[in-house]
Ligand binder design. Structure first.
Ligand code: FAD
Length: 73
C-alpha cells in the first residue's frame, strides 16, 4: 500500500512541512503530574525523532522511568 496516497496518513502539503524544531525537546524528558505521566512518542525522542527508531527509544526510556518510579519507596 502506498500510504502517501492516503488522505488521512499523508494530508495535502505534509511533505512540505519543515517545522521539526520541537522534536526531541528536553521538556519532553520531564514527566508531569508528580511523575505519573511520561511522554513517549517519536516526537519526544532525542534520537531519530520522527522515525520508528525514535518511537522505540522513547518507549524504552518512558518504560524504564516508569518502572524505576514504581520500584522506588
Ligand atoms: C505515511 C507515513 C510513513 C512513514 N514511514 C516511515 C518510515 O519509512 N520509516 C520510519 O522510521 N518511520 C516512518 N514513519 C514514521 C513512523 O510511523 C512514526 O515515527 C511512528 O509510528 C511513531 O510512533 P509513535 O508510537 O510515536 O506514535 P504512533 O505510531 O502514532 O502511535 C500513537 C498511538 O496512540 C494512539 N492514540 C492517539 N490518541 C490516543 C488517545 N487519546 N487515547 C489512546 N490512544 C491514542 C494512536 O491510535 C496510536 O496507536 C512514517 C509515518 C507515516 C505517517
Amino acid at each position: 500500500m502506498d500510504w502517501r496516497t492516503e488522505p488521512y496518513t499523508s494530508p495535502t502539503g505534509v511533505e512540505q512541512l519543515q517545522a521539526y524544531e520541537t522534536f526531541g525537546h528536553p521538556i519532553y524528558l520531564d514527566p508531569i503530574m508528580d511523575g505519573r505521566i511520561h511522554w513517549a512518542s517519536t516526537e519526544t525522542s532525542q534520537e531519530a525523532a520522527g522515525h520508528i527508531e525514535g518511537a522505540l527509544a522513547a518507549g524504552v526510556r518512558a518504560a524504564r522511568r516508569t518502572l524505576a518510579r514504581a520500584s522506588s519507596p
